[in-house]
Write a protein that binds this ligand. Structure first.
Ligand SMILES: [Zn+2]
Length: 196
């Protein structure tokens, strides 16, 4: 990917983030340069270990109580990586995301990622400390950014990256229920309950 294209994407992502979050920053949702180094390295050393060299991080959400960012999600220009507490690490390609829906709840707020072509629904848990307002904002940021990435020629729709990622992990499986790429060993999809 050329530097010009990557600059265009990061500038746009920063613009979307600043528009939505300016009125009250969500303490757990970080954009670009605002992502704390320790959280980023925990995510990249954990559930998002498959981020590649030509892929760059746009946003990180820390779902943990203690702030380690070992659970949560991370959006790159190509994929959404995510991990819920005590569940496996997954990713889904940007090109396969239809949209993201906010599911506010006092006890267990979450976002639901609607995927194609399976018509699946992946549930990602938010921290209970992310209130309805901030949850709505972060979902707006994600939807706007994903729409932009899908329209730009650089978004991954395809099999090349997936095949590469699978080759790297050696055992990634695509869930037939929701389309998520399951990268740890299990019999049942943590996100939609479908057998793998
Ligand atoms: Zn699934």
């Amino acid at each position: 990917m050329s530097d010009t294209v990557s600059n265009e994407i990061t500038i746009k992502a920063a613009e979307i983030y600043n528009q939505e979050m300016a009125q009250g920053a969500a303490a757990r949702f970080f954009g670009l340069d605002l992502i704390p180094g320790k959280k980023l390295s925990n995510a990249l050393g954990g559930y998002a270990a498959m981020v590649e060299k030509d892929e760059y991080v746009l946003y990180l959400y820390d779902a943990t109580d203690l702030g380690s960012a070992k659970d949560g999600f991370l959006l790159t220009n190509k994929r959404l990586f995510f991990k819920n507490f005590l569940q496996g690490a997954f990713f889904i390609e940007i090109g396969k995301i239809l949209d993201i829906i906010h599911k506010p709840s006092i006890l267990s707020p979450s976002i639901a990622v609607r995927t194609e072509p399976e018509g699946g629904m992946i549930s990602i848990t938010l921290s209970t400390l992310t209130g309805e307002k901030d949850g709505k904002k972060l979902v707006n940021v994600l939807n706007k950014t994903i729409a932009f990435l899908k329209n730009s020629s650089t978004a991954s729709t395809g099999n090349t990256d997936q095949t590469l990622a699978q080759a790297q992990s050696g055992r990634a499986v695509v869930c037939k229920g929701c389309g998520a790429n399951y990268v740890t060993g299990s019999k049942i999809c943590d996100y939609c309950g479908a057998p793998l």
